[in-house]
Design a protein. Structure first.
Length: 136
């Protein structure tokens, strides 16, 4: 089951953070077709967001064709966004995991890693938005 993290100071609405986290979990293979998402009440309890915020996110995901709401049963994933390159056993993912381990051993903080990643992402994919919003 996915566990949502809401960054209140990010400037991004909570419902979009939920949408993006589901999409990321789908790309990484952490969620697959048929998986059930937590209820709005469960998300509210764990994140302290209003249940309507979660419902809004789930409606957005439904419009995108990624989930299906089954009355009385819950919200279920209808398709994956994963590719072989993002799968847990992918050589690319393993290489990135090794790089992350080395960066941590070298003393880089998570903020330094995301800053470096965003800089290189922008150089490689000039139209890509940053992966995070800096916190003051």
């Amino acid at each position: 089951m996915v566990v949502f993290r809401i960054e209140r100071r990010s400037g991004l609405p909570a419902y979009l953070q939920i949408v993006h986290q589901v999409e990321q979990a789908l790309r990484m293979g952490a969620l697959t077709e048929g998986d059930k998402l937590p209820t709005a009440a469960q998300v509210a309890a764990s994140t302290k967001v209003n249940p309507n915020t979660t419902l809004k996110a789930y409606r957005e995901l439904e419009r995108s064709g990624l989930v299906e709401v089954r009355q009385g049963a819950g919200t279920f994933i209808t398709r994956s966004l994963a590719t072989p390159q993002t799968a847990p056993e992918s050589p690319l993912r393993a290489g990135l995991a090794e790089w992350m381990r080395r960066a941590k051993e070298e003393g880089l903080t998570a903020h330094e890693v995301t800053t470096l990643f965003d800089a290189l992402l922008g150089e490689t994919y000039p139209t890509a938005p940053p992966t995070h919003t800096p916190t003051p």
